[in-house]
Ligand binder design. Structure first.
Ligand SMILES: *[C@@H]1O[C@H](CO)[C@@H](O)[C@H](O)[C@H]1NC(C)=O
Ligand SMILES: *[C@@H]1O[C@H](CO)[C@@H](O)[C@H](O)[C@H]1NC(C)=O
Ligand SMILES: *[C@@H]1O[C@H](CO)[C@@H](O)[C@H](O)[C@H]1NC(C)=O
Length: 453
């Protein structure tokens, strides 16, 4: 069952049936990386016990969550009892992007997503004034926890991003490369691309708890090869993204669509899906270094594609033998497209609450710019236990430290590996179990349909 018995390939994808613990063999990277260590389910229970010992308000959540969240933990324990080492919780590398007028909600999003073990890159595109970037950087530098942990970077030299253009993808790749190789690059396990109009529905402790039981090579990429109307409307026209070479923002430039259409590709299969993904580190390394050139070839191809962010990662993952088996067909978001299905997501308001929570997704979009948005306030209060303008609490919080910190329990970092998962972990666990079930995982993975013309 565990990958160790299989031939050595670079990144051993999750084996035939879903399991929440597997060995991810990676012979090329230093052993300091959290991958390559067996993840153990035994560790989870130990952590739960530890958390109970620490007590406090979270115990109540925890008891509720651990029962609901781990219905089959004993099964996994039996299967993987050989694995004994308790893995440290996974780390996430977040890119959060915004544009003109987004500085305030970008900051709020950061506070709601924060954990001292994670990495963050904040990108306000070139349309936002420099003063916004400077203010954001000053905020991070002056914040006691953010500054001490030193894990938030504000991109100073902003990219120009063209709506539906390849510059959306290159901006994402820029951050991915910085997370891998830039100053302060450090260990992380999953790369998550969000915008200022996204918001979390679970705490980072919830996310880390559930992801600590997953094979670390899984990629959450919503995808289909059924291009439908997109084959004509998106794959055949040729566009040029001026954001690649101009200093000021322009719209996509369209070639004459009557005479200058291109054929659908035959050298690879097109996939399309959601622009929102959760990507594993091995996959991000592959996309950035492109050792068999597929990621680079496809980047060039998508350079003239309409809405490339909805296809690039999908097409790379599903055409790469090494990664096809690691895709989970979901984007980890609640997005409301309306009835009938629209082209743009609806702004989330109070009427979406039930469906949003019922989706069990860890993130939602799209939220507007209103700082007093009632839904965001309710998420902060009921789902995240976050006070206005404060960091989201977690097991890492070390109580009330320093003068003037008032009610803030999170003014200093204690043991950052200590998790206090709550009800959000139970919801997310339910989603992940459903996605990795026999009905969903393999059957929905990179399936090829034949009728795209
Ligand atoms: C990444 O996030 C941004 C949001 O800022 C989005 O517009 C983009 O399409 C996303 N996806 C990709 C593949 O770049
Ligand atoms: C991916 O899964 C398929 C079907 O389960 C299997 O035949 C194939 O060998 C797997 N590929 C890799 C690289 O593990
Ligand atoms: C909530 O959003 C939906 C979809 O955009 C809209 O039809 C509805 O009127 C909104 N409700 C309120 C109370 O704003």
């Amino acid at each position: 069952m565990v990958a160790a018995g299989l031939p050595h390939i670079k990144h051993q994808p999750a084996e035939s049936q879903p399991c929440f613990a597997t060995m991810d063999i990676d012979i090329d990277t230093p052993s300091s990386s959290p991958r390559g260590r067996p993840s153990s389910c035994a560790g989870i229970d130990l952590r739960c016990l530890l958390s109970v010992v620490f007590g406090g308000i979270f115990t109540v959540f925890l008891l509720g969550a651990s029962q609901a969240a781990l219905p089959s933990a004993s099964l996994f324990l039996q299967r993987y009892s050989a694995a004994t080492q308790r893995p440290s919780p996974p780390r996430f590398a977040y890119l959060v992007s915004g544009s003109k007028g987004d500085a305030a909600r970008l900051r709020r999003c950061l506070l709601a997503l924060y954990h001292p073990r994670n990495r963050y890159i904040l990108h306000l595109d070139a349309e936002a004034p420099n003063s916004d970037r400077a203010e954001l950087a000053a905020f991070v530098a002056a914040h006691p926890v953010l500054a001490a942990a030193g894990n938030v970077r504000v991109v100073e030299k902003a990219n120009l991003v063209t709506y539906r253009g390849i510059t959306m993808v290159t901006t994402t790749l820029h951050a991915a490369a910085a997370f891998l190789h830039g100053p302060g690059a450090a260990g992380w396990d999953w790369f998550i691309n969000l915008s200022a109009s996204d918001y979390p529905l679970v705490t980072q402790d919830d996310l880390m708890d559930v992801f600590s039981r997953l094979p670390r090579d899984l990629n959450f990429i919503e995808h289909t090869s059924d291009m439908g109307w997109k084959a004509h409307a998106r794959a055949k026209p040729l566009v040029v993204d001026p954001g690649l070479y101009l200093k000021t923002k322009r719209d996509l430039m369209w070639m004459n669509t009557e005479t200058q259409k291109r054929e659908l590709p035959t050298a690879f299969t097109l996939f399309t899906g959601s622009a929102w993904t959760v990507l594993s580190r091995p996959f991000v390394e592959y996309v950035i270094s492109g050792w068999d050139n597929l990621p680079r070839t496809l980047l060039l191809y998508y350079g003239n594609f309409v809405s490339s962010p909805e296809g690039y990662f999908q097409t790379v993952a599903c055409n790469a033998n090494e990664f096809r088996n690691t895709t989970v067909n979901h984007d980890m978001h609640y997005i409301s497209w309306g009835e009938p299905l629209g082209q743009h997501p609806e702004l989330i308001n109070a009427t979406h609450w039930g469906r949003m929570l019922g989706s069990d997704a860890p993130f939602a979009r799209k939220f507007g710019r209103d700082a007093n948005d009632v839904v965001l306030a309710r998420i902060d209060e009921e789902l995240l236990a976050r006070q206005p303008d404060m960091l989201i609490p977690g097991g890492w919080c070390m109580g009330n430290v320093g003068a003037g910190s008032g009610d803030d329990h999170c003014s200093a970092v204690g043991d950052a590996t200590l998790l206090h998962p709550g009800l959000g972990a139970a919801r997310l666990q339910r989603l992940v179990e459903s996605l990795l079930s026999e009905d969903n995982f393999r059957p929905k993975q990179c399936k090829i349909v034949e009728h795209n013309n």
